[in-house]
Design a binder for this molecule. Sequence first.
Ligand SMILES: [Zn+2]
Length: 145
Amino acid sequence: MIFNSILLERAYLQTRKSVPPNFGAKMKLRRRNALDKAYRLLQANPFIHYENGKMLLLSESKTKTGEAKFYETRSDECRLIEPGGFLCHAFWEGFPCWHRAAFEIVENYFEIIEESNLKNAAQTVSAVNSSVAVVNSKTARQPPV
Ligand SMILES: [Zn+2]
């Protein structure tokens, strides 16, 4: 997946602003580090696949035997699915991980795109309406035949 870099940065900054209210200083720092890593890796355009609130992503780390690691992450869980099927270590311990940080950034990215599409649609409608108004006023000024 190729991201628009401007929108991706906006999504990253927006995600950084939302901190769970129960987070203390150490958790905030861990979250910040997870988000920074996620943002860096999303910019580098790794393999991700997002569908219906689930995201599959390729980790930059490998297994001891050199195999690629795929994580499946969603809002309430993060799991190493290949190889294995174990919960993500950080998630298991209750810490922010970069997988879920990436998931949050990508969800915000899609929200931003959706909002900008709605704005564009609204502008199109008002442009059409104003041109109709111009046509009507020209028609109104024409002398009666
Ligand atoms: Zn994780």
